[in-house]
Design a protein around this ligand. Structure first.
Ligand SMILES: *[C@@H]1O[C@H](CO)[C@@H](O)[C@H](O)[C@H]1NC(C)=O
Ligand SMILES: *[C@@H]1O[C@H](CO)[C@@H](O)[C@H](O)[C@H]1NC(C)=O
Ligand SMILES: *[C@@H]1O[C@H](CO)[C@@H](O)[C@H](O)[C@H]1NC(C)=O
Ligand SMILES: *[C@@H]1O[C@H](CO)[C@@H](O)[C@H](O)[C@H]1NC(C)=O
Ligand SMILES: *[C@@H]1O[C@H](CO)[C@@H](O)[C@H](O)[C@H]1NC(C)=O
Ligand SMILES: *[C@@H]1O[C@H](CO)[C@@H](O)[C@H](O)[C@H]1NC(C)=O
Ligand SMILES: *[C@@H]1O[C@H](CO)[C@@H](O)[C@H](O)[C@H]1NC(C)=O
Ligand SMILES: *[C@@H]1O[C@H](CO)[C@@H](O)[C@H](O)[C@H]1NC(C)=O
Ligand SMILES: *[C@@H]1O[C@H](CO)[C@@H](O)[C@H](O)[C@H]1NC(C)=O
Ligand SMILES: *[C@@H]1O[C@H](CO)[C@@H](O)[C@H](O)[C@H]1NC(C)=O
Length: 449
């Protein structure tokens, strides 16, 4: 699919019209809400246009992969929960339901070429957020049940054939990256498990969270001082680790650890872990304390996926601060700086909005700004999530049952077999291109040299 002329002309109008940085007073709830509305409406306008042409609820067009659509709908679910603006709820609900696919677990048959475990869990986390904010119930089933289904399908893929465990990046053998065990897939399952434990009080989820965290540290995806590394090749029994660090992985582990800290009633173990993650997050603070995608932002080499990572990160950091007050101050300092930088590096005019990747206080809007339709969906989503993240301390919709689970209980029962889907083989392998694919291929190639 190519860029649409209609969309491009909108962007042109914006650039030549009256545009101004988004006003944001971080001490005013109304100001935060109206800035968030500008960004959310820019995203929804692009979505509506796509929907009018393609008639497929839940998708943003090429070059945005399926996972990023899941992220976008999660951001809009959060937007509702944080602002109480329900304008987009029916569209969000329709989108999530339409992408449910097999097992009611966000596995649409026609997305298999881009459907890795991390891609799937973006949607699972979105569904769990829909449950938390009580988005009106779906036509059948429940948001919580769909999130549980993602957990069940993924834990059934827990792979003990190599590395003593871990979740492979890919679900299907025909996709490149099938032999890569990555931080994103394992970190998001860790987070999903910790969030399900928090929501349901069912100890099975907390046991899995413990087990997954333990495995990531055993193989070195998470270091002893809580740095999070991208992934490892299971054909070499996970003995070599790709040490690239990303904001999203780091923050999602931080949120999971914060939930486990809370679940364990502030145990020493999880206190050390969650404070360790927050300390290590200094890897990602740039000028003025705002978040920076350290691996690629300064040299302008972040790809389309990577340009959406900071939004995932601010979401998870904001939630971590909410559940683990011991780390709230340093997280809030970073979130405040990020929100200010994000507002400064976006411009709105008429009914559209452009944003750049940088939130730095010294770049003064020099990172390339564009609309969601014009290639910067990630940047606009990042800004939305950064600004609305200021509202996490004002809401209390997480239905926590923490205190009733035993987070350090030993795991009972072992995972069984692989998913039905994992047996597929066949054509289409070369088209696979989902989350962090390019990186993983580069890494596995380097290993085989
Ligand atoms: C949320 O909005 C609804 C109307 O859409 C209103 O009835 C309700 O009181 C609002 N809740 C809060 C907490 O503002
Ligand atoms: C994929 O499947 C869904 C429903 O299962 C369908 O509505 C849609 O048209 C299909 N195609 C694409 C590209 O999503
Ligand atoms: C494979 O890796 C796991 C996890 O690091 C380790 O426990 C196991 O001993 C390794 N097995 C071999 C044969 O190296
Ligand atoms: C707890 O969750 C697990 C995993 O989904 C499930 O198998 C089990 O039935 C649940 N237990 C209760 C008491 O709901
Ligand atoms: C992981 O769990 C095993 C078995 O309980 C334990 O021996 C090991 O110390 C744990 N590793 C870490 C890093 O916590
Ligand atoms: C949590 O720890 C505090 C003291 O640190 C203690 O007073 C409280 O009873 C504990 N709660 C639970 C549920 O264990
Ligand atoms: C962050 O901004 C909020 C206002 O949104 C303020 O209440 C808080 O004190 C600030 N926190 C830090 C650590 O700067
Ligand atoms: C950015 O703008 C601020 C004032 O808005 C100014 O103090 C600062 O020097 C500028 N930084 C750069 C790198 O231009
Ligand atoms: C929140 O938890 C309570 C107690 O378990 C339960 O009755 C209620 O239905 C839950 N709310 C949601 C939205 O799941
Ligand atoms: C969990 O482990 C901590 C030590 O890490 C211990 O103090 C606590 O009693 C354990 N809790 C349960 C429920 O086993």
């Amino acid at each position: 699919m190519l860029a649409r002329s209609g969309v491009l002309s909108l962007a042109f109008t914006l650039l030549t019209g009256h545009a101004a940085a988004i006003d944001l007073d971080i001490n005013s709830k109304d100001s935060i809400k109206s800035a968030a509305k500008v960004l959310a409406s820019g995203i929804v306008a692009f979505y509506d246009e796509t929907l009018n042409e393609d008639l497929i609820p839940g998708l943003f067009p090429h070059p945005y992969y399926w996972w990023e659509s899941g992220l976008a709908f999660n951001a809009l679910v959060d937007y509702y929960g944080l602002t109480n603006d329900s304008e987009y709820n029916s569209r969000i609900s329709e989108a999530l339901q339409h992408q449910l696919g097999d097992y009611d677990a966000f596995m649409p048959a026609n997305q298999t070429k881009v459907l890795g475990n991390d891609d799937q869990s973006f949607w699972g986390l979105a569904s769990l957020s829909a449950h938390e904010v009580q988005l009106p119930a779906p036509a059948s089933g429940s948001w919580l049940e769909f999130a549980k289904n993602v957990f069940d399908t993924q834990t059934s893929r827990w792979d003990t054939h190599s590395c003593d465990g871990g979740l492979k990046w890919q679900i299907f053998t025909f996709n490149d990256g099938y032999n890569y065990k990555n931080a994103a897939s394992n970190g998001q399952l860790f987070l999903l498990a910790a969030r399900l434990a928090d929501q349901t009080g069912n100890a099975t989820y907390a046991e899995w969270a413990n087990k997954i965290y333990n495995w990531t540290t055993e193989v070195g995806l998470v270091s002893a001082d809580q740095h999070v590394y991208d992934g490892t090749d299971d054909r070499q029994n996970c003995s070599a680790v790709n040490h690239i660090q990303w904001t999203n992985n780091h923050a999602e582990f931080t949120e999971g650890a914060a939930l486990m800290y809370k679940a364990s009633n502030g145990s020493q173990k999880w206190t050390d872990i969650v404070t360790g993650f927050v300390k290590a997050s200094s890897t990602f603070t740039g000028d003025g304390g705002a978040l920076i995608e350290a691996a690629c932002e300064k040299n302008g080499k972040c790809d389309i996926d990577q340009r959406a990572f900071k939004g995932i990160a601010v979401r998870s950091f904001g939630r971590a601060a909410q559940v683990a007050p011991i780390v709230a101050d340093s997280i809030h300092a970073m979130l405040n700086a990020s929100a200010k930088g994000a507002a400064k590096n976006c411009e709105s005019g008429g009914d559209n909005v452009v944003c750049g990747l940088s939130w730095s206080s010294s770049s003064n809007g020099t990172s390339e700004q564009a609309t969601a339709a014009d290639g910067n969906l990630g940047e606009v989503l990042n800004a939305l999530q950064a600004i609305q993240a200021l509202l996490w301390p004002t809401v209390k919709f997480i239905n926590s049952t923490i205190g009733t689970v035993s987070p350090n209980a030993t795991t009972s029962g072992s995972p069984t077999g692989t998913s039905d889907g994992a047996q597929h083989t066949g054509s289409g392998a070369t088209l696979a291109a989902s989350f962090t694919l390019v990186l993983a291929i580069a890494f596995t190639t380097a290993l085989s040299c």
